[in-house]
Ligand binder design. Structure first.
Ligand code: CMC
Length: 469
C-alpha cells in the first residue's frame, strides 16, 4: 500500500538550535502528515500527544472522515449512498476486499458466511457459566476471546487466505454469539440460525424467536432499519476500539483475541456505550421533566454529567450517520406507533435547545450516531444492555478489515508509544521501619478495613464463646 506522496519537508528546530527535516506526506484526502518516525534518531526527542489528538497511528485505505464537512466514506463511497443502496453484507464485502461485489461474488460471499454461522457446542456450554443478569458485553468480551480456543489452531496470518477465512468466520458467527449473550443474560434458550433467512433476519430470529411458535415474522421496516444501523456502524477509521484491535494485533496476537480487546474498548460510555447512556439520560430527563436543568448540568465543569450522544473527536459540523439515524427513527417509530415516540420527541427537543446554546455552538458539539440509535433499538424491542453489543456486531467487519490491512503490511511494527516520565528518580530502598508513613491509597485502606472488620468481629465472637464455655 502507498504511504502517500511526499509534498515537501517540515523542519523542526530545537531551542539549542539543532535542526532536522522530516517528510511531509499527503494522502488522497485530508491534512498532510509529518512523518516523524526518525524524530528520536535525528533529534533525540519524542512527541507528546495523549488521546492521539494530532497523531496518525497508521496508513490506511479503508475509511475516511472529513469532520468539518460531515463526510464519511467506506473505500471512497459516501455513507449515505451505501446506506440507501446496499445490504450490510455488500458493505462487509466492500470493507474486506476494497470493491463492491458483483452478483456472483455476493452469492459466493453470502454462502461462505452462511456455512460458518454455527458455533461449537462447547462454546455454548461456556455461556452457561455466566449468571443470569450478567451484562451481555461482559459475556461478549469472554466468549469472543474464547473463540481463539476453538478456531485459532496456530494459523499463519501472514497468509491472506487465513486472514480472509478468519474474517468470514467472525462476520458469520458474531450474530449468533451476540444473540446467545442476550438469551443467556435473560435466561432464554438458545435459538440456532436458519439457512433461509438473510443475515439481518437471522440475527433478529436468534434474538426474538419464541420456541413455542413455529413461525417467525418480522416487519420489513425493522429489518431495513437494522440493515442501515449495521451499515452506519460498520467502520469509523482509527477510533478507540479499532486502535485497540490494531495495537493488540501488532503483537501478532490471534484475530479473535484482538476483536475481544476491541469489544472491551467499545464498551465505555464515551465510545460505544453512549447509546445505552443516551436512553438512561432521556429517561431521567423525562421523569424530572427538566430538559433545561439537564443541559445546565452538562455544561457545568464541576458536574460529571455530559449530554450523551453529543460531540465527537472528529466531526465538528455534523455526523452524517446521525442524520440517517434520525430518518430511520422517524420511520420506525411511526410504523410501530411506539411509545418510544415520547422519548424521541424529547431527544428532538434536547437537540434543538443544545444546538441553539452558546456552550455547544462554541465547542462544535453536535448529535452523533448514538443520539438517536438507542431510541430506535428500544422501539424495536432490543433491551438497553444489548445496544452496545449490536454496535460491536456491526463494527466487527471494520475491526477485522483494519486488522487484516495491518497484517498485510510486510513491515510489522509492534505498537509501543513512548511517554514523558515525571516520576521519582533512582531511589534507595529504605528499611521497612525507616519508611515514612503516608496515606497512599484511601481506597486500599478502606478496603482492608471492610475486609477485616467482619473477620475481626467473628474472631471476637468465637473467642468470647470459647471463654464462656
Ligand atoms: N456534553 C457536554 N460537554 C461536552 C460534551 C458533551 N457531550 N462533549 C464534549 N464536551 C465539552 C468538554 O467538556 C470540553 O469542554 P472544555 O473545552 O470547556 O473543556 C470540550 O467539549 C471538548 O471535549 P473533549 O472531551 O475534550 O472532546 P473529545 O474529542 O476528547 O471527546 C467525546 C469526544 C465523544 C468523547 C465527547 O464529546 C463525549 O464525551 N461525548 C458524550 C459521549 C458520546 O456521545 N460518545 C459517543 C461518541 S460517537 C460513537 C462512537 O463513534 O464511539
Amino acid at each position: 500500500m502507498s504511504e502517500g506522496i511526499k509534498v515537501g519537508d517540515a523542519v523542526i528546530t530545537l531551542p539549542d538550535g539543532t535542526t532536522a527535516s522530516f517528510p511531509l506526506l499527503k494522502g488522497t484526502e485530508g491534512p498532510a502528515v509529518i512523518d516523524i518516525r526518525a524524530l528520536y534518531q535525528k533529534l533525540g526527542v519524542f512527541t507528546l500527544d495523549p488521546g492521539f489528538t494530532s497523531t496518525s497511528s497508521c496508513v490506511s485505505s479503508i475509511t475516511y472522515i472529513d469532520g468539518d464537512q460531515g463526510e464519511l466514506w467506506y473505500r471512497g463511497y459516501r455513507i449515505q449512498d451505501l446506506a440507501n443502496s446496499c445490504s450490510f453484507l455488500e458493505v462487509c464485502y466492500l470493507l474486506m476486499y476494497g470493491e463492491l461485489p458483483t452478483g456472483e461474488q455476493l452469492d459466493h460471499f453470502e454462502s461462505a458466511v452462511k456455512s460458518e454461522m454455527c458455533i461449537h457446542e462447547k462454546l455454548i456450554e461456556f455461556y452457561r457459566s455466566f449468571q443470569q443478569g450478567a451484562h451481555p458485553m461482559a459475556i461478549m468480551v469472554g466468549v469472543v476471546g474464547a473463540l481463539s480456543a476453538f478456531l485459532d489452531e496456530k494459523k499463519n496470518y501472514d497468509d491472506p487466505v487465513e486472514r480472509e477465512k478468519a474474517s468470514i468466520k467472525l462476520v458469520a458467527k458474531f450474530p449468533m454469539l451476540a444473540a446467545i449473550a442476550y438469551r443467556t443474560a435473560y435466561g432464554l434458550p438458545v435459538v440456532y440460525p436458519k439457512r433461509k433467512f438473510s443475515y439481518i433476519k437471522n440475527f433478529l430470529y436468534m434474538m426474538f424467536h419464541d420456541p413455542m411458535n413455529e413461525d417467525f415474522d418480522v416487519d420489513p421496516v425493522i429489518v431495513e432499519a437494522m440493515e442501515k444501523i449495521f451499515i452506519l456502524h460498520a467502520d469509523h477509521e482509527q477510533n478507540a476500539s479499532t486502535s485497540t484491535v490494531r495495537i493488540a494485533g501488532s503483537s501478532l496476537a490471534n484475530p479473535f483475541a484482538c476483536i475481544a480487546a476491541g469489544i472491551a474498548s467499545l464498551w465505555g460510555p464515551m465510545h460505544g456505550g453512549a447509546n445505552e447512556a443516551v436512553l438512561n439520560m432521556l429517561d431521567e430527563v423525562k421523569k424530572r421533566g427538566a430538559v433545561d436543568e439537564y443541559l445546565t448540568r452538562a455544561k457545568d465543569k464541576n458536574d460529571s454529567v455530559r449530554l450523551m450522544g453529543f460531540g465527537h473527536r472528529v466531526y465538528k459540523n455534523f455526523d452524517p450517520r446521525s442524520v440517517i439515524m434520525g430518518e430511520i427513527a422517524h420511520r420506525v417509530l411511526e410504523t410501530l406507533n411506539s411509545h418510544e415516540l415520547e422519548l424521541f420527541q424529547l431527544a428532538i427537543e434536547m437537540e434543538k435547545k443544545a444546538l441553539a446554546d452558546e456552550y455547544f455552538i462554541k465547542r462544535k458539539l453536535y448529535p452523533n450516531v448514538d443520539f438517536y440509535s438507542g431510541v430506535v433499538l428500544e422501539a424495536i424491542g432490543i433491551p438497553r444492555d444489548m445496544f452496545t453489543v449490536i454496535f460491536a456486531l456491526s463494527r466487527t467487519i471494520g475491526w477485522i478489515s483494519q486488522w487484516s490491512e495491518m497484517m498485510a503490511d510486510p513491515v510489522k511494527k509492534i505498537g509501543r508509544p513512548r511517554q514523558l516520565y515525571v516520576g521519582e528518580k533512582c531511589r534507595q530502598i529504605p528499611h521497612a521501619r525507616d519508611r515514612l508513613s503516608r496515606t497512599i491509597s484511601p481506597a486500599l485502606t478502606q478496603r482492608t478495613r471492610n475486609v477485616w472488620s467482619p473477620v475481626k468481629k467473628s474472631i471476637h465472637h468465637h473467642v468470647h464463646k470459647l471463654h464462656v464455655v
